[in-house]
Ligand binder design. Structure first.
Ligand SMILES: *[C@@H]1O[C@H](CO)[C@@H](O)[C@H](O)[C@H]1NC(C)=O
Length: 388
């Protein structure tokens, strides 16, 4: 089981971090890999089409305009998605969700419907017999090297954290599903505290990380610090993490639910206990993601976060074409607002190095173009954009 690191060893933070990195590099089951694995000339095996989970499920409303682009991005990366048919939630469904005294409700109608849509997908996962699943929202973006590099590296970190030496890593690439309840692979940041009160340098300190079970690992696909979302850059700096290094750590304050992996038991607990489809106003929870956050931060769930995240939600695709108009109309939560200038400048989604947001890798049904993109972009990981 995981023990806080400082309870185990008198090593300094830096020394122990180095020891853990070396431990990842040289663990026996990865004997075939070497440091070169972590610098991009990789002999690591790509993750399978469901990223080593039982299935990839998507919450996508009827007639969602994002659907075609999501499916095209998945085809280029060769991901196998399941997109359950969503219900059109009625006023009555919304009323049934709300407390008996509707005036006490804290959840806006749109958030009630999103909540119910997540439930529908959780039930479909439970009916499938899959042992684990990732639940995605349909506006996610990811890097073209997701399957070939990012996921295999994150899996190795998860295995190291699981502390099970004779783990069957083919069957359980993310560690035994009895060892974790939820993995945040897509989120808007886990800033180890309330983002509204401040994040990163000046708020967090290496001790905070040292007291949290975690593993560091090199990921050559990671953006340089100056191109990361400002909050992400700041917390990595506050923790004194080297460049091109990710963390898998026990979740502290994970925001948003656009990519979370769960086990069957977790799905049942979310439905019945963590985020049931009936509002309890005394909990003061305003949305589904806040209920999951609370299940991770305050218990009972055992959750882990990959930082920086491997999936991030896209800004509306009209952003680049029509920046000013979009800005006037849309209210953005603080994390999105802080990342907006950089998204415009980079023409990429926050924390994604080479993704699908700018439309370069959509193929509009053209099968020849798909075959080309699959090979060059998906498998070889070439970012065929402008000068890159
Ligand atoms: C990917 O690997 C996981 C874990 O071994 C397995 O459950 C899943 O069925 C595999 N997916 C595919 C598409 O083969």
């Amino acid at each position: 089981m995981l023990a806080p690191r400082n309870a185990r060893s008198p090593l300094t933070y830096a020394g122990l971090a180095l020891a853990i990195i070396i431990f990842i590099y040289y663990r026996p089951w990865s004997a075939a890999t070497s440091i070169s694995t972590f610098t991009g000339k990789s002999s690591i095996t790509p993750a399978n089409a469901t990223l080593g989970f039982g299935g990839l499920y998507v919450v996508s409303g009827p007639g969602s305009p994002r659907r075609q682009h999501l499916e095209e991005a998945a085809a280029v990366t060769e991901l196998q998605l399941r997109i359950p048919t969503q219900a059109t939630w009625t006023d009555e469904d919304v009323r049934n969700f709300r407390p008996a005294n509707e005036a006490e409700t804290r959840v806006l109608t749109g958030s009630v419907k999103a909540w119910l849509s997540h439930h529908l997908v959780l039930r479909e996962f439970l009916e499938s017999g899959d042992e684990t699943a990732v639940i995605f929202e349909d506006d996610i973006d990811w890097d073209i090297r997701l399957r070939t590099q990012q996921i295999p590296l994150a899996q190795q970190a998860a295995q190291a954290l699981s502390g099970a030496p004779d783990l069957d890593t083919k069957q359980y690439p993310w560690g035994l599903p009895t060892g974790w309840d939820l993995f945040y692979v897509g989120h808007c940041g886990d800033y180890f505290g309330d983002v509204e009160k401040g994040t990163g340098v000046g708020y967090s300190h290496p001790d905070q990380l040292a007291n949290t079970p975690h593993v560091l690992y090199k990921d050559p696909t990671m953006l340089p610090r100056t191109d990361l979302h400002p909050f992400t850059a700041s917390i990595l700096t506050a923790f004194n993490i080297p460049d091109q290094t990710r963390l898998v750590h026990q979740s502290k304050w994970p925001l948003c639910t656009f990519g979370y992996a769960i086990t069957r038991r977790t799905a049942e607990r979310i439905l019945n206990e963590i985020a049931p489809a009936h509002e309890d106003p005394s909990r003061n929870i305003i949305a589904y993601d806040a209920a999951i956050l609370s299940g991770c931060r305050d218990g009972p769930l055992k959750c882990y976060t990959v930082t920086p995240e491997l999936f991030h939600h896209m800004e509306g695709e009209s952003l680049i074409a029509d920046m000013e108009a979009t800005e006037r109309q849309i209210f953005r939560p603080p994390v999105d607002a802080a990342g907006l200038e950089q998204v415009k400048y980079r023409k990429e989604t926050s924390n994604i190095a080479c993704g699908f947001f700018d439309g370069s890798f959509y193929y509009n049904g053209d099968q020849d173009r798909l075959a080309y993109l699959r090979e060059e972009v998906g498998r070889k990981g070439k970012c065929l954009k402008g000068s890159r």
